[in-house]
Design a protein around this ligand. Structure first.
Ligand SMILES: [Zn+2]
Length: 332
């Protein structure tokens, strides 16, 4: 009921006088990004650091499932195991899981919106990636029950971040586990009906709003998002292609779009960063403080103090563009 307390009496009585239904947080004119911000705050303040295979990662998953259930979805949890190895060749199994919910559309063809729910051990994962989870949940709420052209699957994945126990020759594993597991268990038919994927990773801290996409003709989702950004009045940009490895408009295979892209599924990938800095590979997010992700600076108090208003503005812009993209998805 939090959203009702945010409405001024004037808005409420005007709605009642005009015979409208009770306004909701997702009604036209509701402040976009506010729900995303609420989720980010909960993940940052109440749960905090969410390393793969820990109780905190579990708590984050349970929170997302509960939020989706409250919206009217029937969330499904998809467990998987991760193997950590050390240099002596020993292995350890760790449990993680994805959580997802589906909004059926007119077509069974499906768009997947993915965001990772885990974080590294440093910081509270406000930017990386409570911001992405927040925008995913805001879109899920805004679109619940709508007549969408395509089915949309909201997929919050575990264990995107790599792991190292910090001991020399200790146990470690690479990341991108949850999305790899999701893609790996798809039948050929399910793979075929996946139209494209939208990855949300680290939306809050970086200097500029970016969207990347597949190279060539499969880049149509990125292009549609760029057009939407322009139409909605946001300064949404793409990678300039200053480093040889990343042609303009594309990016590296370091996040949850990668397992989809490896199967030939077109992607769009939203991220806030600054491509003019450092090695010009998008890794140095800000002029003021360099990279925020994977450092102790990745917490909401730091972001609010050093970049006042930025997190709110970014979540608003990304939520707005994503929701419009899902309401009227582009076709190739
Ligand atoms: Zn991330």
């Amino acid at each position: 009921m939090r959203h009702l307390s945010l409405l001024s009496l004037g808005v409420l009585s005007a709605a009642l006088l005009s015979g409208c239904q009770q306004p909701s947080a997702t009604a036209p004119g509701a402040p976009r990004g506010e729900q995303a911000m609420r989720h980010l705050r909960y993940l940052n303040d109440t749960i905090g650091t969410r390393v793969q295979g820990t109780a905190a990662e579990d708590q984050a998953r349970a929170y997302i499932a509960a939020q989706l259930r409250d919206m009217g979805y029937q969330p499904q949890v998809q467990p998987f195991e991760i193997t950590r190895k050390n240099k002596a060749g020993e292995t350890r199994q760790v449990k993680s899981a994805n959580v997802m919910a589906v909004q059926p559309g007119k077509s069974e063809q499906e768009i997947v919106v993915v965001a990772h729910l885990d974080s590294v051990a440093a910081g509270l994962g406000a930017d990386d990636n409570a911001s992405g989870v927040g925008v995913l949940l805001e879109a899920a709420q805004a679109l619940h029950g709508q007549q969408l052209p395509y089915t949309v699957r909201f997929l919050a994945v575990g264990a995107e971040e790599g792991y190292s126990d910090g001991v020399q020759n200790g146990f470690r594993n690479d990341g991108i586990n949850g999305s790899s597991f999701y893609v790996g268990q798809l039948s050929p038919e399910a793979l075929h009906k996946t139209l494209f994927v939208v990855n949300l990773d680290s939306l809050a801290a970086g200097d500029f709003l970016n969207v990347y996409g597949s190279e060539g003709a499969d880049g149509y989702v990125r292009d549609a998002a760029l057009q939407l950004g322009q139409r909605l009045g946001y300064d949404l940009q793409t990678s300039p292609g200053l480093a040889d490895e990343f042609p303009a408009g594309s990016t590296g295979d370091w996040s949850d779009h990668a397992p989809f892209a490896a199967k030939g599924i077109p992607y769009a990938y939203f991220e806030a960063t600054n491509w003019s800095l450092g090695d010009k590979d998008g890794y140095t997010q800000t002029v003021k403080h360099g990279g925020i992700w994977h450092t102790a600076k990745d917490n909401l108090a730091f972001l609010n103090r050093e970049f006042p208003g930025r997190t709110e503005a970014h979540l608003k812009a990304f939520s707005d563009v994503l929701i419009h993209l899902l309401e009227a998805p582009p076709t190739r």
